[in-house]
Design a protein around this ligand. Structure first.
Ligand code: DAH
Length: 328
């Protein structure tokens, strides 16, 4: 009887390929109404001797069945894992995805080029704070409170008399306060203004230049800036100096460069302010009257980059659009 059961369960298990099917076979023999369970239940009708004998036989069969079921379960599970692994085969012949390289931001590139040209001219590089005091940003540059020139450089004010510097010119005063001429420095960095349109962003970059000695002339100023432009843009670029006004230089000028705007028309783009250091600024830093003369300039880096790369909207530089940035 029990041997017969074992043969049958073995046959049944041959056709089993999933855990569910296995559970069905299990309950067919060992479940509540399974064949072996029913046999066990019927033992109570036998005499004690037969009950013992039959009981041991059934138990033996039951154990063998459980072992068969367990082995089959192991087999099903390991086959499942094998199947999954073989699906996940790694194709070593696939071409690699390739890595993408970043590149320097166009503004950093231009800043680096400008600094390289002026260090070649013998200027030393020095950097200053972006959070300035009213004194260095305005007062000591001959822009007193309520002076109309403050209107052009509206900025972000912080607590006390602190503000985000509107230009790199405060570095002129900071350097002259601590050093006696000859002084020949440039000072690159970020500056801030309440401004935003196609040619203005609230944060932009400038490079300040200052050259002070016993005799420095407007001719020196023009010579340095013309040479700078032809090195930066190439010899063919068209330049003009236009008289202008800055409280900290006298006389003052702006340098414009010819460029083609959005609609394709040729116009002039202002790229820097410059002039001869105003004697009032020398007074602020404690230099004696008429002892020194100096030239100064402040270059807008974004403007240079726009002209060099033919970009018509300054805001592209700060939108972090990879399609734009990866062209440089
Ligand atoms: N600081 C001026 C500005 O941001 C630019 C400037 C003009 C700088 C004349 C100078 C200078 O050093 O001499 O508008």
């Amino acid at each position: 009887m029990s041997d017969n059961h074992l043969t049958r369960i073995k046959d049944d298990l041959k056709n089993v390929s999933s855990e569910n099917e296995l559970m069905n076979v299990k309950s067919k023999y060992l479940g509540k109404k399974g064949e072996i369970t029913l046999l066990t239940n019927s033992l109570k009708d036998l005499f004690i001797e037969d009950r013992k004998k039959q009981g041991a036989k059934i138990n033996n069969t039951k154990k063998k069945m459980e072992l068969l079921l367990e082995n089959k379960l192991d087999k099903i599970r390991s086959e499942l894992i094998d199947a999954k692994l073989s699906e996940e085969k790694i194709d070593v012949t696939l071409p690699p995805r390739g890595s993408s390289f970043g590149s320097m931001h166009p503004i950093s590139q231009v800043l680096g080029e400008v600094v390289a040209i002026f260090t070649d001219f013998g200027f030393e590089v020095t950097e200053g704070p972006e959070i300035e005091t009213d004194y260095y940003n305005f007062e000591s540059l001959n822009i007193p409170k309520d002076h109309p020139a403050r209107d052009m450089q509206d900025t972000f004010y912080l607590e006390g008399d602190k503000l985000l510097r509107t230009h790199t010119s405060p570095m002129q005063v900071r350097i002259m306060e601590k050093n006696k001429p000859p002084i020949k420095i440039i000072s690159p960095g970020k500056v801030y203004r309440c401004d935003s349109d196609v040619t203005h962003t609230p944060m932009f970059h400038q490079v300040e230049g200052l050259f002070v000695d016993e005799i420095v002339t407007f001719g020196n100023l023009k010579g340095i800036l013309i040479e700078f432009c032809s090195r930066f843009f190439g010899k063919d670029i068209k330049i003009r100096f236009r008289p202008s006004y800055f409280p900290f230089t006298e006389p003052s000028a702006e340098l414009d460069i010819e460029w083609t705007d959005k609609s394709g028309d040729k116009t002039w783009m202002e790229v820097l302010g410059c002039g001869m250091v105003n004697p009032k600024v020398f007074e602020f830093v404690g230099y004696q009257h008429n002892q020194f003369s100096g030239l100064a300039f402040g270059i807008g880096i974004e403007r240079l980059a726009m002209i060099k790369f033919g970009i018509t909207d300054i805001r592209y530089f700060y939108q972090n659009d990879l399609k734009f940035l990866s062209q440089f």
